[in-house]
Ligand binder design. Structure first.
Ligand code: ADP
Length: 427
């Protein structure tokens, strides 16, 4: 009898928990559907990331959105930086009431082309979000993505919470078809280490890095025009080159930027023609050309400073050990690595970078190449042990490739005409 009751209770309990699990799954599926319906009205989604707060991520997001708007696009700017939603302040929109539109949150208009929504509009107190627990924050962020009535947009620029923790991770996971990320850093050593984390975060999520912007890079005296490197300049650029992602440019520290931000005036609009506004526009240029590239049917090779588009196509990075520009069989002692990014569906080369190989050290190459985003290595020969080490890092190894120049090998690989010969292993 006792046994029966226990099993019955167990049965009732498990079926009610199963029901609530099924309900939850149903709700989640519905939410996903609503989210993807909302996001399907937006052509390009660009995320703005930084390794930590205070480096100018929101300033870049605002000026990127404005630059896209000036180019005639319909743009949305979404601020999900839950701990420091500074977009309303940067645009002078603090305290603006938020309305409803067909059961969704209506974004606030800024000028003719820009619609803005910030978590800051909904917080009664600036510090409200600090007391929210993790799931509550995620609920708010999800609702934000799903329930803002953007209508049709060409671009949505999303200002993410800083870092590579749970919050930015969840946003990136929710926006499955994001077109890429812009990473903002300052030149100091520590900030640059954070960029490395951001780049590996993007790679783990298969999110394209559109480029790195080094903000607060040097100070130009407004009186004498002399440039002073307050923090060492060039750290972000070095890191971008090392990890083979595009470097978009440096923006100096400019008191006019601070003043404009404090007064809620979009900097690039108010100080058009200044050196810093020019630096901003140069850095954002490749992102403004995303559409051009998408529309262009021509296969193209892009330089490290340009951005290419692989919307809805699979991209991957192929590493080839070279000497004198050609594949060398001695992969462990090669002079350089050609790192070639390709679109496997369009079968075209998107970007090529040649990197000096690191000092010879057993076991180093798999992690060195994984850090630079390689998915495949095409080599002349390689022993099984080395192949296993690459496999552990998620890098596929193709052996027996001929000694041709790297681009020809990649083209042959994409067109499935690569003649793989014997695995001539020198290790
Ligand atoms: P984040 O979003 O990374 O926390 P913000 O964009 O809010 O950073 O910028 C932090 C502060 O730094 C703001 O007060 C902004 O005015 C200022 N700032 C950003 N970039 C520059 C720059 N290049 N020169 C001077 N001040 C800047």
């Amino acid at each position: 009898m006792v046994q029966e009751q226990t099993s019955e209770r167990g049965g009732v309990g498990s079926s009610s928990s199963e029901r609530s699990m099924t309900n939850r799954r149903g709700e989640e599926a519905q939410e996903r559907q609503q989210l993807s319906a909302r996001l399907s009205q937006i052509r390009y989604k660009i995320l703005v990331l930084s390794g930590k707060g205070g480096v100018g991520k929101s300033t870049v997001a605002v000026n990127l959105a404005l630059a896209l708007g000036r180019a005639g696009h319909r743009v949305g700017l979404l601020d999900v930086d839950i701990h420091g939603p500074s977009i309303p302040k940067l645009l002078g929109l603090e305290g603006k009431p938020v309305g409803m539109e067909e059961e969704a949150i209506a974004p606030v208009s800024f000028g003719e082309h820009l619609k803005v929504m910030s978590i800051g509009f909904l917080l009664r107190q600036r510090d409200d979000a600090l007391i929210w627990r993790g799931p509550m924050k995620m609920g708010v962020i999800k609702q934000f993505l799903k329930d803002v009535a953007w209508g049709q947009l060409d671009y949505l620029v999303i200002d993410l919470p800083p870092g590579t923790g749970d919050e930015p991770l969840s946003v990136c996971q929710l926006i499955e078809d994001a077109d890429g990320a812009v990473i903002v850093t300052t030149p100091q050593e520590l900030a640059v280490i954070d960029v490395r984390k951001c780049i590996s975060f993007c790679r783990q999520l298969n999110l394209r890095v559109l480029g790195v912007i080094e903000n607060m890079s040097g100070f130009v005296c407004p009186h004498c025009g002399e440039a002073t490197e307050i923090f060492k300049r060039g750290g972000g650029e070095r890191m971008a080159r090392e990890l083979a992602v595009p470097f978009l440019g440096c923006i100096p520290i400019d008191p006019q930027i601070t003043a404009a931000c404090d007064e809620g005036k979009p900097f690039v609009d108010y100080f058009a023609g200044s050196e810093s506004a020019g630096a901003f526009e140069r850095a954002l240029g490749p992102i403004l050309r995303l559409e051009e590239r998408d529309l262009s049917a021509q296969p193209q090779t892009t330089s490290i400073t340009e951005v290419s588009k692989s919307k809805e196509h699979k991209t991957m990075r192929i590493a080839i050990p070279t000497a004198g520009g050609k594949l060398t069989a001695h992969f462990g002692h090669c002079e350089q690595f050609a790192l070639i990014e390709v679109d496997t569906e369009k079968k075209e080369i998107l970007q090529k970078e040649v990197l000096d190989s690191p000092p010879h050290q057993p076991g180093l190459l798999p992690s060195w190449l994984a850090e630079r985003g390689a998915n495949v290595i095409i080599a002349g020969g390689m022993g099984q042990r080395a192949q296993n080490l690459f496999a552990e890092k998620g890098i596929e190894v193709i052996v027996g490739a001929p000694s041709l120049d790297a681009e020809t090998i990649v083209e042959n690989y994409l067109n499935e005409t690569l003649q793989a010969g014997e695995n001539i292993c020198d290790h």
